[in-house]
Design a protein around this ligand. Structure first.
Ligand SMILES: CCCCCCCCCCCCCCCCCCCC(=O)SCCNC(=O)CCNC(=O)[C@H](O)C(C)(C)COP(=O)(O)OP(=O)(O)OC[C@H]1O[C@@H](n2cnc3c(N)ncnc32)[C@H](O)[C@@H]1OP(=O)(O)O
Ligand SMILES: NC(=O)C1=CN([C@@H]2O[C@H](COP(=O)(O)OP(=O)(O)OC[C@H]3O[C@@H](n4cnc5c(N)ncnc54)[C@H](OP(=O)(O)O)[C@@H]3O)[C@@H](O)[C@H]2O)C=CC1
Length: 492
């Protein structure tokens, strides 16, 4: 097997990895792969196998097009040479319009299965689903559940409807599912089951994919998805409050664990040819649970020790499951400072931007809260079974034993990973970032003092009772002072 990015010694046994990839932002598939392989992620592999890139063969493909927009020659090459398919392309946006999500996650999966049926040497078809495909259930077994609707019926019904009608009926259609993403992933599992025929199929269901744990190095992350954006917003001092349950299990799974399990499942499916599709819930909660409250603590502690550059405020975020408390803090800690900052920008002749940033943040957080406010229980028997099938050497090479995961260390590396690889900040600049936080603290002290004096002055000027309290407090202070002075003179 070839572990791209991990520098696996067995890579010499792999003849080629055909990577279906679309053209994007004016870059061809080849150019995109070339850029991707320059990443630091592949440094180790580049050292160990300098010409590994020769084995990565780009195949131009677009999920929204008939036949996945594959050329005839590419279809021929793929049908002749491919042994294992790993199908992970999808839209993962929670706000994707239903028609589009259906096209990318369901219809494209169907098309890939049709192509797989033509492959002469195919040993295994591995489909990447999500642990939340069945998030309408509290306990989730490693089975494919009946779909909320027959996928083909839905596809045909939506075909003739214009986008506005589909948008209006989407909440009714998705019912118990929180978004079109999880809903279409549930339908995709059903399509895999219905259309797999004689193929040997495995379905991997990762929970919330986070930064790498060990391979190729700890803390690798390159996007804002899932918790990463939340961590960054909290580290920048922008996010101060979020609805999440302290005691709910945070089912994060490191990306390298998902990759290792996926590769191992590819091997098992090809060699053991299970009669029906085997589902692997790739989760941590049932094996080595960690909670959102603990995550909050470790994220805050890491960013206080390793601050992000140019923070808006000092990092100090709290989670709460109480709607009203959250709304209160949104008003006091998000909207009020944003308003003040935008006022400052306007007065200094610049374009206000903070309120816009907060509105986008609230939209994103609003979409994530469903997942951070409740618990699920996933059965992971197949993950354990697979581990027991591996030799001692393979178990180390394709490690997905999350019992060994040390969460505080993992979260620290994750946060530092967002700093280094998502924000491209230099660790050498941490002293300057700390200095910036000290400046923010002084601004806050000054602001609070001015505000307090101002409020007090307004109050004293208007109320006799406030004046009386003020004189009483001042005279009390004087009395204490004279008492201490007198008693210290006596003891001397
Ligand atoms: C209180 C602090 C302490 C922390 C403790 C508590 C933490 C709780 C965290 C809870 C996290 C729970 C996460 C659960 C997720 C479970 C999901 C199930 C798992 C899966 O199967 S799939 C993967 C999940 N999918 C996603 O995460 C995608 C979600 N994203 C979206 O749907 C859209 O991006 C979104 C949020 C609707 C925004 O859309 P839009 O406004 O159109 O913006 P763009 O996507 O086009 O992005 C524009 C630009 O912004 C960057 N970006 C995106 N998100 C963020 C972000 N959160 N923060 C900062 N920046 C962000 C994006 O990269 C784009 O940048 P470009 O440079 O490319 O333009
Ligand atoms: N991230 C997570 O927390 C979890 C993810 N998953 C699953 O893992 C898989 C990978 O997700 P992840 O890596 O996080 O998400 P990404 O968005 O990074 O990956 C999705 C891939 O699909 C490709 N793709 C999307 N639209 C098209 C299209 N029209 N034509 C061709 N290719 C397309 C994207 O290509 P391009 O680079 O061109 O945009 C991208 O490479 C998905 O199936 C997802 O459901 C499951 C559980 C959790």
């Amino acid at each position: 097997m070839l572990k791209v990015g991990a520098g696996c010694v067995c890579s010499s046994h792999v003849k080629a990895v055909y990577l279906l990839i679309r053209t994007k932002q004016g870059q061809s598939s080849q150019q995109r792969i070339h850029t991707m392989l320059q990443s630091k992620l592949f440094d180790r592999l580049r050292d160990e196998t300098p010409d590994f890139h020769r084995k990565i063969i780009p195949v131009s493909s677009e999920l929204t097009q008939p036949g996945l927009a594959l050329s005839d020659e590419d279809v021929q090459t793929l049908t002749q040479h491919v042994h294992i398919i790993f199908h992970c392309a999808a839209t993962i946006r929670f706000d994707e319009p239903l028609k589009h999500a259906l096209q990318l996650n369901v219809i494209a999966t169907h098309q890939l299965l049709s192509l797989a049926q033509q492959m002469q040497q195919l040993h295994a078809f591995i489909h990447i689903s999500t642990a939340y495909a069945n998030c309408n259930r509290r306990h989730i077994d490693e089975v494919i559940y009946p779909p909320p609707v027959e996928p083909s019926k839905l596809i045909h019904s939506l075909e003739w409807m214009d986008d506005a009608i589909v948008r209006d009926i989407t909440p009714k259609l998705i019912g118990d599912w929180p978004n079109t993403y999880t809903y279409t992933k549930a339908l995709a599992e059903c399509v895999v089951q219905q259309e797999s025929g004689n193929l040997n199929v495995g379905i991997i269901r990762p929970s919330i994919v986070g930064a790498s744990w060990q391979e190729p190095f700890p803390g690798w992350i390159d996007n804002f998805n899932g918790p990463s954006g939340v961590f960054i917003a909290a580290g920048k001092g922008i996010l101060r409050t979020m609805r999440a349950s302290n005691d709910a299990v945070a089912d994060l799974i490191p990306v390298d664990v998902v990759i290792n399990l996926t590769l191992a499942a590819g091997w098992y499916t090809a060699v053991h040819r299970p009669k029906s599709a085997l589902v692997y819930n790739c989760t941590t909660g049932g094996i080595n649970p960690f909670h959102w409250g603990e995550i909050e603590h470790h994220v805050m502690s890491t960013f206080k020790r390793n601050p992000l550059e140019q923070a808006f405020r000092r990092p100090n975020a709290n989670i709460t499951s109480n709607y009203l408390i959250n709304q209160y803090w949104i008003l006091v800690s998000h909207k009020f400072p944003a308003l003040l900052y935008d006022l400052f920008l306007r007065l200094s002749g610049q374009k206000p931007q903070m309120m816009r940033i907060f509105n986008r943040l609230h939209k994103a957080i609003g979409l994530l809260e469903y997942f951070s406010s409740q618990d699920w229980e996933w059965n992971s028997d197949n993950m354990n079974m697979l581990m027991n099938q591996l030799s001692t050497e393979d178990r180390k090479m394709f490690n997905f034993d999350v019992r060994q995961l040390n969460w505080p260390e993992y979260i620290e590396n994750y946060c530092i990973g967002t700093k280094k690889y998502v924000l491209n900040e230099d660790m050498a600049d941490i002293p300057a970032a700390r200095q910036h936080l000290r400046k923010l603290r002084n601004i806050r002290y000054t602001f609070n003092t001015v505000l307090l004096v101002f409020i007090w002055r307004v109050f004293i000027a208007r109320s006799q009772m406030a004046r009386n309290i003020w004189y009483f407090v001042v005279s009390l202070c004087f009395k204490f002072l004279s008492y201490f002075r007198a008693s210290s003179t006596l003891t001397n």
